[in-house]
Design a protein around this ligand. Structure first.
Ligand SMILES: [Zn+2]
Length: 251
């Protein structure tokens, strides 16, 4: 088999391997993206839950303080009912009023804390719903990965083995060139030449659409065991069987 044909069958198998792998990679990428989003939501949910606990605890502490003051107010009032002097009564009244003012401040703060806790509860519930639906998305995406794996897995291994076997007879330097180009052009290491005008010998590179020098086209046709590359994009050039046959017939 001439080098050009060897390369082309290697190229074709590599293209098929890449297409199959991209289906699997796509599913894995989508699953990973959904998983990351879920982790972010869970993190935010845990933080919100912590804030909620703090707000609730704060409200409970304030409630305890308010109750304590209320007990003292009741006690002072009891005393006021039993005092004998006006002076003592007035002193107790001042004390009760001070306690009332203190309690009023604490009640306000407690109300604020409760309101904050309510807001946080609503936020936490909304976020929990988001976490739930995100979990469903992750489960769906994970199923897609499993499906893609069972569908593609074995076939991919077979195809990879076939491609590797096709690459076996190729010279190490040529393989290296191919792999480098494949890396640069995302699998498109080879480009088919395209006929623009046969009479004027105008052919372009199918990769970069540049007009090819006549010598390149000639060597492609006459030296199938030689590597011919595009002078502009460096892709390895090949001629379709149809074009080769029609050119051979024309000559
Ligand atoms: Zn080119």
């Amino acid at each position: 088999m001439p080098l050009q044909d060897q390369l082309y069958s290697y190229f074709e198998l590599d293209q098929r391997v890449r297409a199959m792998r991209s289906r699997l990679d796509g599913a894995t990428r989508r699953r990973d993206a959904q998983q990351r989003k879920l982790e972010q939501l869970q993190q935010a949910s845990a933080e919100l839950n912590q804030q909620l606990k703090v707000a609730k605890a704060h409200a409970a502490t304030l409630e305890g303080e308010a109750d304590e003051i209320e007990t003292r107010i009741v006690a002072q009032r009891d005393k006021m009912n039993n005092v004998t002097s006006n002076k003592e009564y007035s002193a107790l009244l001042v004390e009760v009023n001070t306690l009332k003012a203190d309690k009023s401040k604490i009640d306000d703060a407690q109300l604020e804390s409760m309101t904050k806790a309510d807001t946080l509860t609503a936020e936490y519930e909304a976020l929990s719903a988001k976490v739930d639906s995100q979990q469903k998305l992750v489960a769906g995406a994970t199923k897609d990965v499993a499906e893609a794996e069972s569908e593609v897995g074995d076939k991919l291994k077979e195809l990879e083995a076939e491609r590797d076997a096709a690459g076996e007879p190729l010279d190490a330097d040529i393989r290296k060139t191919f792999d480098r180009l494949s890396h640069t052009y995302d699998g498109e290491a080879m480009a088919e030449i395209s006929e623009q005008d046969r009479r004027r010998m105008e052919y372009t590179c199918g990769g970069c659409y540049t007009l090819l020098p006549v010598e390149s086209v000639n060597s492609l046709i006459t030296k199938p065991d030689q590597l011919t590359t595009c002078g502009t994009c460096n892709r390895i050039l090949y001629v379709s069987t149809e074009l080769r046959e029609s050119l051979a017939a024309g000559k």
